[in-house]
Design a protein around this ligand. Structure first.
Ligand code: NAD
Length: 483
């Protein structure tokens, strides 16, 4: 019998009160892995009550003890490294190496949270007036929630949870109902930490539970990662309910390739950036803009190499690219490829309609390369979130920057060049939150904020880095005189 995943509330695994479930499939084999409860407002209320009740005791737990839990947590994740990676592959469809990379990045976020005793320190000033001293202290701000996407099911929740609780807050996670098994394992490890009951809680589900979290009066703040239309809804709803919110959205990331770039290295990087995780990364390269002669070279080289990528089941270690998340994602991607042909682009390598032997029912889309993509067409402007790379031509560096800055997204942009001056102009002028110079995937490490501008981010304080310390704490200014 297929298991229905439980919620984790107040230190124990509990059945959701909601009876509706969302099936969770392995997108390569189509096997039904589990049912995810579609938790309702009662489930959320119970979790918020648990987190609220736990807050006072947890905030007064010495900060070094709170950080110490993170050391133990890291050890558990390291010990379970391969099992976690396998579960990520099974429910998401990416390759084993990609899953291992995800878990490694997740560990970096736990490392960051260990530094909270240093990062939460504040400053002060003596004698701001005769015999009067003024200091700032950072205090935990309350109960926080995170609503996370399917594409990095283990890593993205850890952008938030470790820092939030190490700062002394209590926490509720609502992961994507498409990939709830990685977070089930995550909470099994958290359960082993023997944290006080209610410090961390897991509510599985889709829109009803997300909605209830956004509207609950006892939740101080919400971290969100997902598509831009939903990020906007989250931002508007949370602010309307008086919460702090950081909402990281979708993307259309451009890579400018200059004629002076090292073409071999550029193509290798762009291949990984465009087709890694089957293009289901918010930092995926979506459009390569070849400047001048670079366009034809890029097109020729990519045409040779894209065709050789081995598509297959993620648990097969020789696989270079796995499935997309679902049949509905496959249909969306395939229809965007068709639309691009209708809009006059040249489908150089077409990944539609492929199958993989032994996995005929899988949600496969092969690596796709589309040339002669024109400005203002859907392929140039809208997020595909699949293994599709568009090629655009620009006559000059300035035109390439103009194409990039035209986008309503601003998550990431990269340049490949050997010219430092042009690289500097790119960093200086391009309107995107994560910039790569001779780097295809400009992914900030855990101690830097995750950039994102325009429709790729709604809020003020970003996830990760010092922004996360600001987001998860309240500053109090103390002015003292003793006579
Ligand atoms: P999604 O927006 O469909 O879902 C994200 C989360 O929001 C899920 O937990 C989902 O259950 C919830 N949700 C969906 N509809 C909702 C609604 N109406 N109200 C409240 N909550 C709702 O995103 P996805 O398909 O899971 O993930 C892919 C998207 O995430 C892509 O657009 C990708 O670019 C983006 N992403 C962004 C970043 C980043 O850091 N900027 C990182 C990873 C993924």
């Amino acid at each position: 019998m297929t298991k229905t995943i439980k919620n984790y509330i107040n230190g124990e695994w509990v059945d959701a009160r909601a009876t509706d479930v969302i099936p969770v499939h392995d997108p390569a084999t189509c096997e039904l892995l589990a049912n995810c409860p579609d938790s309702n407002i009662d489930d959320v209320n119970t979790a918020v009550q648990a987190a609220t009740d736990a807050f006072e005791e947890w905030r007064s737990t010495p900060i070094l003890s709170r950080a110490q839990y993170m050391h133990h947590f890291k050890v558990l994740v390291e010990e379970n490294f391969e099992d976690i990676s396998q579960i990520v592959v099974k429910e998401h469809g990416k390759t084993m190496d990609e899953a291992r990379g995800e878990v490694r990045r997740a560990i970096e976020s736990i490392d960051f949270a260990m530094s909270v005793p240093v990062l939460m320190r504040s400053d002060g000033l003596e004698d701001i007036s005769s015999g009067i001293d003024e200091t700032t202290v950072r205090q935990p701000a309350g109960v926080f929630a995170a609503i996370t996407p399917f594409n990095f099911p283990f890593m993205v929740p850890l952008w938030f949870l470790p820092t939030a609780i190490a700062c002394g807050n209590t926490f509720i996670l609502k992961p994507s109902p498409q990939t709830p098994l990685s977070t089930e394992l995550l909470f099994e490890m958290l359960d082993e930490l023997d944290l006080p009951e209610g410090v961390v809680n897991l509510v599985n589900g889709g829109v009803p539970s997300a909605q209830a979290l956004m509207e609950h009066p006892d939740i101080t703040g919400v971290s969100f990662v997902g598509s831009s239309p939903i990020a906007k809804i989250i931002y508007e709803t949370c602010t309307r309910h008086g919460k702090r919110v950081q909402a990281q959205g979708g993307a259309k990331n451009y890579i400018a390739v200059m004629p002076d770039a090292n073409m071999e290295a550029s193509v290798k990087n762009i291949l990984g950036a465009a087709y890694g995780c089957a293009g289901q990364r918010c930092l995926a390269a979506a459009v390569a803009v070849g400047v001048g002669d670079a366009y034809d070279q890029l097109k020729d080289e990519l045409t040779k190499q894209v065709a050789n990528l081995k598509v297959g089941y993620g648990l097969d270690e020789t696989t270079q690219m796995g499935t997309v998340i679902s049949d509905s994602a496959k249909n969306r991607i395939e229809s965007m490829i068709a639309q691009s042909a209708d809009e006059g682009a040249d489908i150089v390598i077409d990944g539609r309609g492929i199958t993989v032997d032994g996995y005929e029912k899988g949600s496969w889309v092969g690596p796709t390369l589309i040339a002669d993509v024109k400005r203002d067409t859907t392929m140039a402007t809208e997020e595909v979130f699949g293994p599709v790379l568009a090629l655009m031509k620009a006559d000059s560096f300035e035109e390439a920057v103009d194409i990039i800055n035209d986008s309503h997204y601003g998550n990431a942009a990269s340049i490949f060049t050997s010219n430092g001056k042009q690289a500097r102009e790119f960093k200086y002028n391009v309107k995107a939150g994560n910039i790569g110079v001779n780097i295809g995937v400009a992914a900030p490490s855990a101690s830097f904020p995750f950039g994102g501008q325009k429709d790729s981010f709604f809020g003020d304080l970003h996830g990760q880095g010092m922004d996360s310390i600001e987001f998860y704490t309240e500053r109090k200014i103390v002015i003292e005189r003793w006579v």
